[in-house]
Design a protein around this ligand. Structure first.
Ligand SMILES: Nc1ncnc2c1ncn2[C@@H]1O[C@H](COP(=O)(O)OP(=O)(O)O)[C@@H](O)[C@H]1O
Ligand SMILES: [Mg+2]
Length: 236
């Protein structure tokens, strides 16, 4: 049986290894003797193949503000235009990667840190990454913004008054929190820090009081992504 490299070279798929620096390893966080290994295929090459640019669209807002609904609607719209996406949703990620975390301030911080790192990995692969988490603390969101890099991090603030979220209450959580059966609920007895520099703000109503549908909200985001060049490959 032929080895993988010889098969690859037979099909002309093998590239010479990039020259790598031999500098010594260093320590990162709690890890020792670590060194960043540069990927052989640059992000731009992957982006050119997919005719899009990797980014993180970060939905933040109160529970029931429509983060999951709009992210889902946007993902379908992007898929319909042939775009490659990933969707990381708060509740879903807490089923797996973050199942060992609760809702204390420290756990919320670690929750966001991990998901920020995962979304960066996706975006660095050229994928349009949609993330919907309450992410109540400004500092945690700003840290992710810094890690992902300015220009590729799109903060979307679901600016929906708590009265509307509470009226929707799809999971019955506001009712539970008001009855004192759920402690540390964002917006009731836990803080939510509104973004001050969000790239996109999505409101629930027009100034005239007309409700705005999730499709309209997703449409606004689609226009934003198009206008910033994320729906086309990198410019040469
Ligand atoms: N723009 C909107 N207009 C009307 N209802 C909405 C809108 N966005 C979301 N909803 C409804 O609000 C509820 C909460 O939405 P969800 O996406 O689960 O919120 P979150 O993920 O922020 O907790 C759902 O029942 C959804 O159908
Ligand atoms: Mg949700």
């Amino acid at each position: 049986m032929q080895s993988a490299p010889s098969l690859l070279s037979r099909f002309g798929l093998l590239r010479p290894a990039m020259s790598r620096s031999l500098s010594t390893a260093y320590d990162v966080g709690s890890s020792t003797n670590i060194k960043w290994h540069e990927g052989a295929v640059p992000t731009e090459t992957k982006e050119a193949t997919m005719k899009q640019r990797g980014c993180v669209v970060w939905f933040t807002g109160l529970s029931g503000s429509g983060k999951s609904t709009v992210a889902c609607t946007l993902e379908h719209a992007l898929a319909d235009s042939g775009k490659v996406t990933a969707l990381l949703d708060g509740d879903n990620v807490r089923h797996g990667l973050n199942s060992n975390l609760g809702f204390t301030a420290a756990d919320r911080e670690e929750n966001i840190r991990r998901i920020g790192e995962v979304s960066k990995l996706f975006a660095d692969t050229g994928i349009i990454t949609l993330v919907s988490f309450i992410s109540p603390y400004r500092r945690d969101r700003d840290r992710v913004r810094e890690r992902v890099g300015q220009g590729r991090f799109i903060e979307v603030f679901m600016k929906v008054p708590i009265s509307i979220c509470e009226e929707r209450d799809p999971k019955g959580l506001y009712k539970k929190a008001r009855a004192g059966k759920l402690k540390g609920f964002t917006g009731i007895d836990d803080p939510y820090e509104e973004p001050t520099n969000a790239e996109v703000v999505l409101e629930a109503e027009t100034p005239e009081g007309k409700r705005i549908s999730p499709e309209e909200q997703a449409g606004k985001l689609l226009d934003y992504l198009r206008s910033k060049g994320f729906l086309a490959g990198p410019s040469k």
